[in-house]
Design a protein around this ligand. Structure first.
Ligand SMILES: *[C@@H]1O[C@H](CO)[C@@H](O)[C@H](O)[C@H]1NC(C)=O
Ligand SMILES: *[C@@H]1O[C@H](CO)[C@@H](O)[C@H](O)[C@H]1NC(C)=O
Ligand SMILES: *[C@@H]1O[C@H](CO)[C@@H](O)[C@H](O)[C@H]1NC(C)=O
Ligand SMILES: *[C@@H]1O[C@H](CO)[C@@H](O)[C@H](O)[C@H]1NC(C)=O
Length: 605
């Protein structure tokens, strides 16, 4: 199949990432197909012994027209019953042998702030260039990449990650769905509502892959988990989870880690937020039996809506809006993950010690800044309040991150590092420093620290910095409305922008296709990601690398190598030197490389 139609695209924009105010909404027309996808040109019937007989699609990759097969929305777990609503899932029962399971279209995704979400959503979509009937020859089976989508643990779905680029390579791609928002992460710290159900979904999907992926040409002993943002935080949680041991063999994390404050709630904060969500939903808070009965049986969408209201309230009060919708340090439940502080566990080395490749984007902070502007600063009329900007903004950022700074020493240090050149009190002048600071505090340092800690136990630890400023950006679509309410900042290389080159990512691309330079970037990234899945090394010696791909050196404490991904790829030293990149670029009069040279005239924004 080709690229998604503009119609799909518009319907998906709201789902993409954090905090999307519903600018685009699908019309709520009864009878409209749940998620419109282009009908397949060709289909295939494929039996999966012990599971069911699937009807899938025959498709081609985007660059070289290679044939591959797709099996969308194949359920790995049962829909939770009310009693099981907040607990680890049960595996899907096999289908009768005489039933044809339709695996042609991606299903509606898990319930979220979009119409059409379903509770029966625990599915994997499988794409493979190698559909063999003979799964008895394991050494012909391909490595598998299991993709865990982002979206702040509360949005996202498989249809947003189409495989046309990855299918250039000999790799099996599996895109999973997991419970989102309060349905995946509500936590009362009790055995009935212990938290982390969404992560247990991810683990169950890996068990399904372990059991059945050989029937799709994939090798169960050659599995890479990969994810972006909350998906990357999930990847790092799975590194720590005993229950996921042996189910994967490499890990890729793009722009996120469990070491980020937003990724895990602790100290009872998850429970407090969850109680507030239940209260907004109209549930009685006591006795506990009534509360439990209410959250178990309330309409799923109503619970999501209550969370949405909680989030708005929390953001306006300077919080991060993640509570009741993110993983927790678990203290209840028959099955538990995250019982040990993640940093401690990474320090000890007592976890799933596999090769990892993590990275972050140049202007991660732009998204955080934009939401802070839209949901906190603007509603509270603070962008023009010089007193607030000068004295209270940075301390409030630390408060949102639950960092205690009684003496103000930390806030001062942050101002010194990021805002030394700014006219404190003038929002415009502070913007570059703020985006740098927010990018580091919310995303960059947590990911980098993960690699730094992991490198103590595994020499296969890689870090990249994605610096290619393309024509498209998630930013443009998140904040495009009519009239656009663009935050007062350039999109730069925003959070999630690297995925444009890995997936057929549902932007209403303007321009619609990758140009030659972007295609070159995409092919290189697909090769590097796939190499990593094969070898645990992005650029191994015995693989012929695409022209312009230098050696991607591992990170170690004494040689702090990382890969700078831009028009040119370059191995560099000491990523922390780039923490003030926006401020430094302004001083240096930096022009994005795509805006230099022959293409300068087509460079916009
Ligand atoms: C397989 O899917 C195609 C497309 O939806 C459909 O036309 C066809 O009837 C299906 N085949 C079977 C055996 O269900
Ligand atoms: C792609 O390959 C198929 C055969 O596998 C062929 O029928 C089709 O014409 C090719 N399409 C393009 C655009 O080359
Ligand atoms: C916002 O603050 C500015 C100055 O601090 C003031 O002039 C303006 O009236 C305020 N606007 C609102 C909507 O409160
Ligand atoms: C500006 O912010 C400060 C807090 O830093 C607050 O006390 C003051 O009322 C605000 N001024 C206006 C005009 O809103």
């Amino acid at each position: 199949m080709g690229r998604p139609s503009l119609f799909i695209v518009a319907s998906l924009l709201t789902a993409l990432m954090a905090g999307v105010s519903c600018t685009f909404k699908l019309p709520d027309i009864p009878g409209l197909p749940l998620i419109p996808e282009l009908p397949p040109v060709e289909t295939v019937i494929h039996p999966v012994p012990g599971y069911g007989v699937l009807n899938g699609t025959v498709e081609s990759s985007v660059y070289n027209n290679r044939t591959f097969w797709g099996f969308r929305s194949v359920f790995y777990a049962e829909m939770p019953t009310p009693e099981m609503r907040f607990l680890p899932p049960l595996p899907r029962k096999p289908y009768p042998e005489d039933e044809i399971v339709q695996a042609i279209y991606n299903n509606a995704g898990c319930v979220q702030h979009l119409p059409y979400g379903k509770e029966d959503c625990l599915s994997v979509s499988i794409y493979t260039p190698y559909l063999t009937d003979d799964s008895s020859i394991p050494n012909t089976l391909l490595p598998v990449i299991v993709w865990i989508h982002g979206g702040s643990f509360r949005s996202g779905q498989a249809i947003e990650y189409l495989p046309g680029r990855f299918m250039e390579e000999d790799v099996v791609l599996v895109v999973i769905q997991y419970r989102l928002g309060p349905l995946g992460f509500l936590s009362f710290d009790t055995d009935e509502v212990p938290g982390n159900a969404g992560i247990f979904d991810q683990i169950e999907s890996l068990r399904w892959v372990n059991k059945y992926i050989k029937y799709f040409g994939g090798n169960k002993d050659w599995v890479t988990i990969a994810g972006e943002s909350a998906g990357s935080a999930s990847v790092s949680i799975l590194l720590l989870a005993e229950q996921a041991k042996g189910l994967f063999h490499r890990a890729i994390g793009e722009s996120g880690s469990v070491l980020a404050e937003w990724a895990v709630d602790r100290d009872g904060r998850g429970k407090k937020a969850s109680m507030r969500v239940a209260e907004i939903a109209g549930c009685p808070l006591d006795p506990y039996e009534d509360l439990l009965d209410c959250v178990r049986t309330i309409d799923a969408q109503a619970l999501i809506d209550a969370y949405g209201q909680f989030r708005e309230e929390d953001l306006k009060n300077g919080g991060m809006g993640f509570g009741a919708s993110n993983p927790v340090m678990q203290i209840a439940g028959a099955q538990r993950i995250l019982e040990v502080e993640p940093r401690k566990q990474f320090e000890t080395g007592n976890y799933n010690n596999v090769p990892i490749m993590f990275g972050a984007n140049k202007h991660e902070g732009v998204l955080v800044f934009s939401y802070a502007w839209k949901d906190y600063l603007e509603p509270n009329n603070m962008t023009s309040n010089a007193t607030f900007l000068e004295n209270d903004l940075v301390p409030n950022i630390l408060k949102a991150l639950h960092v205690r700074d009684d003496t103000g020493v930390l806030a001062d240090a942050l101002v010194d590092k990021y805002l030394a050149d700014a006219d404190m009190g003038d929002f415009t002048s502070m913007t570059p420093g703020l985006t740098d600071m927010l990018g580091v505090l919310f995303l960059k340092s947590a990911g980098y620290e993960t690699v730094r800690l992991h490198s103590l136990h595994n020499e296969h630890s890689y870090w990249y910095s994605f610096n290619y400023e393309g024509r498209n950006s998630l930013f443009i679509y998140l904040f495009a409305s009519n009239p656009p309410n663009y935050p007062p900042v350039d999109h730069g290389v925003d959070h999630a922008d690297e995925m444009i080159y890995l997936f057929i990512y549902p932007f209403p691309s303007d321009p619609p296709f990758l140009d030659e330079r972007e295609k070159d970037l995409s092919l290189k990234m697909i090769q590097v990601w796939t190499n990593f899945a094969y070898y645990g090394n992005p650029t191994p010696d015995d693989v012929e690398l695409l022209p312009g791909l230098p050696k991607f050196l591992p990170y170690s404490r004494d040689r702090e190598s990382y890969m700078d991904i831009d028009c040119e790829w370059e191995s560099k030293i000491d990523y922390t030197k780039t923490y003030t990149i926006s401020v430094d670029d302004i001083k240096a009069g930096h022009i994005p490389c795509r805006c230099a040279g022959l293409d300068a005239d087509v460079c916009f924004r």
